[in-house]
Design a protein around this ligand. Structure first.
Ligand code: PHE
Length: 344
């Protein structure tokens, strides 16, 4: 038996292992329950006592050696496996990176155009009192003009001066707040989220509005036209022009709807009827007008001393009018879909 042990080439066997699979096979064949070592241990009991002791000691020695050798081999294979699978030349995996929402860029751009004219950006509450959205804007309780701004009311106790609490349906509520914050001259731009209960391809219940307010001595419609024209040329391009159409708002008098000439057909008579974008040569941009004397009064400003104008428009619409984004459904802007955001 001793002789047999001395001639056993387990070391070579372990040395020749190259793969994890081979290691597994050799491991079982040597150390497994029915492996070579156990077979030899079984044989011990048939030996004469003297030889049994000697062979037993040698066999235990060999067992320890095999265990050590196999362990070392396993380490060696693992190391090799690591160096095979890690390829430092492979390009790293990119983390999906967020971008600003396209509308954020547009708002920043609009702000910078108006700041160059001396307008100051302010932010007024999204959750607003009825008073600032209606009464202060010449729309007393129960007035039918309020219907245009069907509103989300907040479940909150009524205030005896300011009425109910609501999600601001337009940024015009900032007019009265600004008049109470600063004395004229006022050059305000108020950009905020606004809310109306509409949900279709061209409306979302939350959208943005952009409110301009200018109050000073001797302010008239030409200043309004000049300001909007300057904005339109910088934002949409030099070729675009504007026109004013009569309209009606309770908080301005006279009131206008401001249109921008279509960028696709350029408003040319021969082409406008066929134009897929406008059909008339013009695109509606904003509501505007000279601030109503009652609105100035509500803001503590004497209408005989000061006059002013205001306008309000939606940056979402502006963005879509300029970018030719071919967005068929405006709701995608607020769907939170990263694939949409990745386009910008
Ligand atoms: N607040 C009006 C709207 O939401 C727009 C507007 C603003 C009109 C300022 C006139 C002056 O439709």
């Amino acid at each position: 038996m001793i002789k047999e042990l001395e001639q056993w080439h387990y070391q070579e066997e372990i040395d020749s292992i190259k793969t994890p699979q081979e290691w597994e096979v050799v491991n079982v064949s040597l150390l497994g329950r029915r492996g070579k070592l156990n077979q030899l241990f079984q044989k011990l009991k048939d030996l004469p006592e003297k030889e049994r002791k000697q062979a037993g000691q040698r066999l235990n020695q060999i067992k320890r050696e095999i265990i050590n050798l196999l362990e070392a081999k396993k380490k060696e294979i693992d190391e090799r496996k690591k160096s095979i699978f890690v390829d430092p030349t492979l390009p790293g995996r990119k983390y999906p990176q967020g971008t600003l929402h396209p509308l954020t860029y547009v708002i920043e751009e609009i702000v910078s155009i108006f700041s160059s004219l001396g307008f100051i950006r302010v932010s007024y509450p999204e959750v607003e009192w009825e008073y600032f959205s209606f009464e202060a804007l010449n729309m007393p309780k129960g007035h039918p003009a309020r219907d245009d701004f069907e509103t989300f009311f907040i479940d909150f106790p009524e205030d005896k001066n300011y009425g109910r609490m609501l999600l601001s349906p337009h940024t015009s509520s900032g007019q009265n707040r600004e008049m109470k914050r600063v004395k004229p001259p006022i050059r305000m731009i108020n950009i905020a989220k606004t809310y109306r209960p509409n949900w279709d391809a061209t409306h979302t219940p939350m959208f943005h509005q952009f409110e301009g307010l200018c109050i000073d001595r001797n302010i008239n419609v030409t200043h309004l036209k000049g300001t909007i024209d300057y904005f339109v040329k910088r934002f949409f391009g030099d070729k675009r022009t504007i026109r004013l159409r009569p309209a009606h708002f309770r908080f301005t008098e006279p009131s206008f709807e401001i249109d921008v000439s279509c960028g696709v057909c350029q408003g040319q008579e021969s082409q406008r009827e066929k134009c897929r974008v406008c059909k008339s040569g013009w695109l509606e941009l904003a509501g505007a007008g000279m601030v109503h004397p009652n609105v100035l009064r509500a803001g503590g400003i004497n209408p005989h001393e000061y006059s002013g104008w205001a306008f309000g428009f939606g940056p979402e619409r502006c963005m879509m009018m300029r970018e030719e984004m071919k967005i068929e459904d405006i709701r995608i802007l607020y769907s939170g879909d990263v694939r949409f955001l990745e386009r910008f």
